[in-house]
Design a protein around this ligand. Sequence first.
Ligand SMILES: Cc1ncc(C[n+]2csc(CCOP(=O)(O)OP(=O)(O)O)c2C)c(N)n1
Length: 359
Amino acid sequence: MPTEMLQIVNEEGKSDSKLDPDLPQSELHKLYRTMVYTRAFDNRMIAMQRQGRMSFYAPCVGEEAAHIGSAYALKPEDWLFPQYREQGAMILRGISLEQLVSSLLGNRNDANKGRSFANAWGDRSLNIVHSSAPVGTQIPLAVGAAMAAKLRGDKTVTLAYFGDGATSSGYFHVALNFASVFKAPTIFFCKNNQYAVSVPIHRQLASKNVAVKAAAYGMEGVQVDGNDILAVYCVTKEAEERARSGGGPTLIEAITYRMGAHSTADDPTRYRRQEEVESWKKKDPIKRFRLYLENRGLWGEKEESDLWTEAENMVSEAVRRAEAAPLPTVESMFEDVYKEMSPALKEQLQDALTSRESR
Ligand SMILES: Cc1ncc(C[n+]2csc(CCOP(=O)(O)OP(=O)(O)O)c2C)c(N)n1
């Protein structure tokens, strides 16, 4: 098991690593564009929540390389099991910005009909399973789906995203153990962003890091610089190849930092120092990848300002459309529970309709 964290591009955007995947320019641009779109989306959603236009939002600022680089390593037929902080992976896969905003607003166009908690993205047609609020529950689901694929004999791989906090849940243990014993084609992708709300990583685990836990389950564990999108891509690609060829699961620990608040309901100044935040800002994954592109002569000022204008306009357009959509009907709240509505639900529906009329 490698003991060192893999890094390909350093903080100055330089790479002399033999492991640089040497992706074509169009692919490098695609990755960078997705990162910028994700940051523009985050910025706007935080502002909208502050303006009282949505109730809650959990940003992913600072973690873009970790989830975009890993999602990029998979094939479209592979299944993603998100946590709630992988907006960039959703955008890369093809969920539209309007769909993301609709989900946050819980409007009639939301795939979940306004029933989910915020940030519970998903899209069946894109092989992304909707997440749910209890921390860690998506991890065994990814193993189950991987086992189903294996038993059916197809070559699908699944990837579960989770935070460092989820490694203390029972779901993490049962999922890793089962997956390793039965060689499920799963990738366990931990985004170690140093905090689980206010709990710092040193209060979360007594082991050296998350990656070493893989040894106890008899699988490969690897630590990667989660702010280096090319390094993240490389380790996930290797895990994907191992899983697809029958070699079983891998635990990846991406070292990153939650630069913003846990959510719009959190005040991080209560539990961490500003100097710490400032030191991680120097490792901003978007800044680093931009420097890398510039150092290679693949990007410049004009491209940068055009891209930001485009991304902000696209987010504005998505917001405009999503805000214009009506909310789900009261009736829709009672649908999809049973094939035919039970007498008790019919009664509740009637009550809801009556109380709406009397308002
Ligand atoms: C079972 C359970 N306990 C507590 C919570 C409240 N909660 C929501 S997010 C969170 C922290 C999760 O931290 P981590 O897994 O590190 O992910 P991060 O938010 O840092 O990305 C907690 C405790 C919950 N949703 N589910």
